[in-house]
Design a protein around this ligand. Structure first.
Ligand SMILES: NC(=O)c1ccc[n+]([C@@H]2O[C@H](COP(=O)([O-])OP(=O)(O)OC[C@H]3O[C@@H](n4cnc5c(N)ncnc54)[C@H](O)[C@@H]3O)[C@@H](O)[C@H]2O)c1
Length: 322
């Protein structure tokens, strides 16, 4: 089968593109390199440097489906530049859906997010929980989910939105290198590499066992497996929404401690004030993904996730120094 992977030069898209290639599929990556890296595009994928808003130029009926990762995803930036997020994430997806309609491409897998829920009333979070995003990033992703529901109902698209919790780890040559980085594990690894003096812990007075925020970390390769299953699960006229997480939470301090164990570095921490809009606990119910996709994550061990991310971070640093 032939697939278009938007955002395939970024972290998650490149890992999923790699999995599609390994499963014997043909892959075209469409990415404007706004936050991605051309060297992140897996060997064996065709690469088109371009914007999703121009997807009609490249999309045709030879594509079985689109896997749509392209978006801006920095929560803090979305608060100060919301228009940038509405334009790219919502405007871009609107153009992409129009191009798919025009070309007769009938299947979509979309990267949604736990940020669509906002502050949860109950954990683990199920897909029927209220969606009250606390920042424009989450709001744009929720708007796209609604847009896709309408597209499926009106035009017969078969779609799956996957609401990722905290994605981490690496897969072979593909890993996380956001710039600026805002995710905890790569930030702590930067301390281990001497690129950052200490890790900031934003709030240690939350109602959690050690006072720091608890998050659900999921290995990017488990996430990729779910995308391949979603391609099979997508049914014409239906929009399926599934959370992707392990259903288990780790606190910021537990993550830091795990990085100490994996890297052997002491990792100094500095306690900073809480950040606005940071819920105390975000943990997914993965029941729907298990039941509806047949998904079975196998790489839930936090030390293993950190070890893979650490190996990738060292490889990238060595490449930078050459
Ligand atoms: N990483 C996570 O923990 C996480 C969690 C929840 C949801 N998500 C979602 O998953 C997706 C991938 O996240 P990521 O961490 O890989 O981000 P990333 O920034 O590494 O990748 C996004 C890619 O999309 C490209 N892109 C952005 N706008 C584009 C446009 N208009 N046209 C073409 N390409 C464009 C960027 O250049 C980049 O390569 C995003 O949609 C994000 O919102 C990620």
């Amino acid at each position: 089968m032939k697939y278009l992977v938007t955002g395939g030069a970024g972290y998650v898209g490149s890992v999923v593109a790699q999995h599609l290639l390994e499963a014997g599929h043909e892959v075209t990556v469409l990415d404007n390199l706004s936050t991605g890296f051309s060297e992140g595009v897996p060997a064996g994928a065709a690469f088109v440097e371009g914007d999703i808003r121009d997807a009609a130029k490249w999309l045709d009926s030879s594509y079985e489906a689109v896997l749509h990762f392209a978006a801006f995803s920095q929560v803090g930036e979305s608060v100060v530049k919301p228009e940038k997020y509405w334009d790219n994430n919502v405007g871009g997806t609107m153009a992409l859906l129009a191009a798919m309609r025009e070309a007769g491409v009938r299947k979509l897998v979309f990267s949604s997010t736990a940020a669509t829920y906002g502050e949860p009333e109950q954990v683990p979070i199920v897909e029927t929980a209220p969606t009250q995003p606390t920042n424009p990033y989450g709001a744009t992703k929720l708007a796209v989910d609604h847009m896709i529901t309408g597209e499926a109902a009106a035009h017969g698209l078969g779609a799956v939105s996957l609401r990722y919790f905290n994605v981490a780890g690496a897969y072979g040559a593909q890993g996380e290198r956001h710039d600026p980085e805002s995710h905890l594990i790569p930030l702590v690894l930067q301390v281990a590499q001497g690129r950052r003096e200490a890790i900031s812990v934003f709030g240690d007075d939350y109602p959690t066992p050690d006072g720091t925020c608890v998050r659900d970390y999921i290995h990017v390769a488990d996430l990729a497996d779910a995308h391949l299953l979603a391609l099979t699960a997508a049914q014409p006229g239906e929009h399926l929404i599934c959370n992707l997480g392990n259903g288990e939470g780790f606190s910021v301090r537990e993550v830091i401690e795990t990085v100490r164990q994996v890297t052997g570095h002491p990792i100094p921490e500095v306690v900073a004030p809480r950040r606005g809009g940071d819920p105390a606990v975000l943990v997914a119910s993965a029941a729907a993904a298990r039941e509806k996709l047949g998904w079975n994550p196998t790489r839930a061990d936090l030390a293993g996730i950190v070890a893979d991310a650490w190996e990738f971070a060292q490889t990238i640093s060595a490449a930078r120094e050459q």
